[in-house]
Design a protein around this ligand. Structure first.
Ligand SMILES: CCCCCCCC/C=C\C=C\CC(=O)SCCNC(=O)CCNC(=O)[C@H](O)C(C)(C)COP(=O)(O)OP(=O)(O)OC[C@H]1O[C@@H](n2cnc3c(N)ncnc32)[C@H](O)[C@@H]1OP(=O)(O)O
Length: 291
């Protein structure tokens, strides 16, 4: 799916416009202008994000450092998007590892406090920022690896699933999954689609309906993560793995992209049809109540 978005962003101007509308991609850029990285190795820091870029390898490491649990607030999401935009604009950056500076937690998902009791304008901006993060990671031209060094529920799991590869700390205390159902909320369809693309239809059905959080071993079994390593090895394994991915010529990447793009389009058409059916059904129910 991520590759599919990459392809359409490269080749389909119409869809680019559609996606940029969906993601309101201007909003992050409007806050702070991106700067190109000139040094051989550099580090740029916002309050909540630290990026180390090694120009010799072309690999950047994004450290999420929003205590206590890297919850995805509007401010944090905006910082993530700005950091991604900067890296994306630097053509020498080919790979990105995302990890957490917080002990025991990769990301606690959407910031619940930023969703509760806020103005409709804030909620709209917040929700657009969530979509923007998703699109930017999925549509990235960089190879992305999630170094999941702690628990990663809900939006944290989504973030990791938008990456090309996931390495998780092998600590049974940690968990990962889309647990929205357990919180009494329905995961948006694009959360669901992202999981289907990662672990398949049946596993997603089980995961979402029951709001399952998986231990690292269970997550590996269903393919929610690709590799488990000792807690101390998560970041080094991620950078080693990146070397393998970057050895693959970009053109092959683009070929696979076309296959996945086809699947993604089919999925989108189905989703639109299902939305239309739901609206028609809702109208029918409404009418039958009137008479
Ligand atoms: C705005 C309009 C939008 C409308 C959209 C509606 C539709 C949206 C549909 C669904 C989307 C959902 C996606 C989500 O991501 S919802 C968030 C789900 N997240 C969770 O369920 C995670 C909850 N947290 C935990 O499980 C744990 O905190 C954990 C991450 C495992 C860490 O555990 P531990 O190390 O033991 O730390 P604590 O539990 O003690 O937490 C420390 C402090 O952090 C606060 N916290 C935790 N999670 C969040 C969070 N998601 N948002 C904000 N704050 C969070 C926690 O309250 C503690 O705070 P304090 O020390 O002040 O008590």
């Amino acid at each position: 799916m991520k590759m599919a978005l990459r392809a359409c962003l490269r080749t389909k101007p119409g869809l680019t416009a559609l996606l940029s509308q969906l993601s309101c991609s201007g909003h992050a850029a409007a806050r702070r202008a991106p700067a190109l990285v000139a040094q051989r190795s550099s580090s740029s820091t916002s309050q909540k994000i630290k990026v180390d870029f090694d120009q010799s390898s072309g690999v950047a490491v994004m450290h999420m450092q929003s205590p206590p649990v890297n919850s995805l607030s509007l401010e944090f999401l905006t910082d993530v998007c700005i950091a991604l935009e900067k890296l994306e604009m630097d053509k020498s950056c080919r790979g990105l590892v995302v990890t957490s500076s917080q002990p025991k937690v990769f990301s606690a998902g959407l910031d619940i406090l930023d969703m509760y009791g806020k103005s409709p304008e804030h909620c709209a901006e917040f929700w657009k920022a969530v979509q923007e993060m998703w699109l930017k990671f999925y549509g990235s031209n960089m190879i992305t690896i999630a170094a999941v060094n702690g628990s990663s529920p809900a939006g944290g799991c989504l973030l990791s699933m938008t990456c090309d590869y996931r390495i998780m700390a092998d600590n049974p205390r940690y968990s990962i999954g889309l647990n929205e159902t357990k919180l009494g909320i329905v995961a948006p369809f694009w959360f669901k689609d992202t999981m289907v693309n990662t672990v398949g239809h049946r596993a997603t059905e089980m995961a979402l309906q029951l709001g399952l959080l998986y231990s690292p071993a269970e997550a590996l079994k269903i393919g929610l993560v690709d590799q488990l390593v000792h807690e101390d090895q998560v970041l080094t394994t991620a950078t080693e793995t990146m070397t393998k991915w970057l050895a693959i010529p970009g053109i092959l990447n683009i070929s696979y992209t076309c296959h996945f793009f086809h699947l993604w389009c089919c999925n989108l058409v189905c989703t639109i049809c299902s939305c239309v059916c739901q609206v028609i059904a809702a109208k029918k129910i409404h009418l039958s109540q009137d008479f």
